[in-house]
Design a protein around this ligand. Structure first.
Ligand SMILES: Cc1ncc(COP(=O)(O)O)c(C=O)c1O
Length: 375
């Protein structure tokens, strides 16, 4: 069976874990490897301040605290996304106002955001689906005009750009994921980016269970104590050491993934040109970080048939998000607006295997199976 995803190990993970645990004897969080990883993102992408977290979900929860979400505040989130993009704000009492995707791209339709803004709106959460940028200039312009925060859900968007600017560097906050399905992995893991300097000190306190322990360890205060709300959001050095082994290989990983992605695109384009299905469209303002290769069928029946055919040929292909506005948890609270583009991607989008250790020939074989697909 060709798996949909297989985690890639660079080979240095155990060495660095050994270094953290046995040599440094620093196993809890915020040690040498945590700092190395945070510094890597700050240097390479110009993010103002980075804090490693135990997941992207945790990073989004920290962002919700930093935005000071109060019960009844409204947060605009695309419905075609992972639960966490909305859940992190719901936990803080927010009402989610779901936005539709664009017609030809699963990302939030920036042109329709303004209609959703009310006096209670506090945050917009653009999700860079498949690592492809949302229209950030438009979103930031709307947010600035209405005094809103922007939290980029960059879970899938490592090493991807909008008009030459790294994703994660544009909103007030951004959240990345290092879950084992992502380009760079740590099992479970995440990163909160704080681009608005006013929030850096508070973010560190929230990160460390509501204490100013980080300041104490830097020698800035002579004792530390309980200053604010927070939780245990920081990961252990074991996770950070694993992540460091991955980050060192970022360029090689990205380059291989892009080759695989381009191979899929080239081989499937003739079929797409004949109208068999749609391929991903990368807008001029965005780069492609090859996080995911997907195609969009004409109907749910067609998609089910394609997944079945691939499975019969030992290829694991999978669909993706279900519309959050009609989820069992949220549909009663949703305001009833229809979000047709989101529903279409929920019904018709299918993801093909894409991981570092996949062979170019295997991509060819998968495309041959799809070539034989007739409905
Ligand atoms: C868009 C998006 N946001 C958030 C998350 C949550 O990430 P994590 O599993 O690191 O909490 C995911 C997970 O895949 C995601 O796809």
């Amino acid at each position: 069976m060709i798996d949909f995803n297989r985690p890639h190990l660079t080979g240095n993970e155990l060495k660095y874990i050994q270094q953290a645990v046995v040599e440094n004897l620093k196993i809890s969080g915020n040690g040498e490897f945590t700092k190395k990883c945070q510094h890597f993102f700050e240097e390479r992408y110009g993010f103002k301040k980075c804090l490693l977290t135990t997941s992207c979900t945790d990073a989004l929860e920290m962002a919700a605290i930093l935005c000071d979400i109060q019960p009844g505040d409204e947060v605009i989130v695309p419905s075609y996304t992972f639960v966490s993009s909305a859940l992190a704000f719901v936990r803080a009492g927010a009402k989610i106002v779901f936005a539709d995707s664009m017609e030809r791209n699963p990302n939030i339709d920036a042109e329709k955001i303004e209609d959703l803004i009310t006096p209670r709106t506090k945050v917009i959460v653009p999700v860079h689906y498949a690592g492809v940028a949302c229209d950030m200039d438009r979103i930031m312009e709307i947010a600035d005009r209405h005094g809103l925060f922007v939290v980029e859900d960059a879970a899938q968007a490592i090493d991807s750009y909008y008009k030459g600017r790294p994703l994660g560097s544009i909103g007030h906050f951004a959240a990345f994921s290092f879950h084992e399905t992502k380009n760079i992995i740590a099992g479970e893991g995440g990163l909160l980016v704080i681009n608005d300097e006013r929030f850096i000190r508070r973010a560190e306190i929230i990160w460390e269970k509501g204490t100013n322990r980080a300041e104490f360890f830097r020698g800035e205060v002579n004792k530390y104590g309980w200053c604010d709300t927070g939780s245990s959001f920081l990961p252990s050095e074991i996770i950070a050491a694993f992540l460091w082994a991955q980050l060192e290989e970022l360029d090689a990983i990205q380059s291989k993934r892009k080759k695989l992605w381009n191979q899929y695109f080239e081989l499937l384009k003739p079929l797409a040109d004949k109208g068999a299905f749609c391929l991903p469209e990368i807008p001029d303002y965005a780069t492609n970080n090859a996080h995911m290769f997907y195609l969009v069928n004409h109907s749910i029946e067609e998609r089910s048939a394609l997944i079945k055919l691939l499975k019969a040929n030992d290829v694991q292909a999978v669909f993706h998000y279900l519309s959050l506005h009609s989820s069992p948890y949220y549909h009663e609270r949703h305001d009833g607006r229809e979000l047709p583009n989101c529903d279409r991607f929920a019904d018709c989008l299918v993801r093909l295997p894409l991981f570092y250790d996949l062979c170019m020939d295997t991509v060819g074989n998968i495309c041959d199976v799809i070539d034989n697909f007739r409905v």
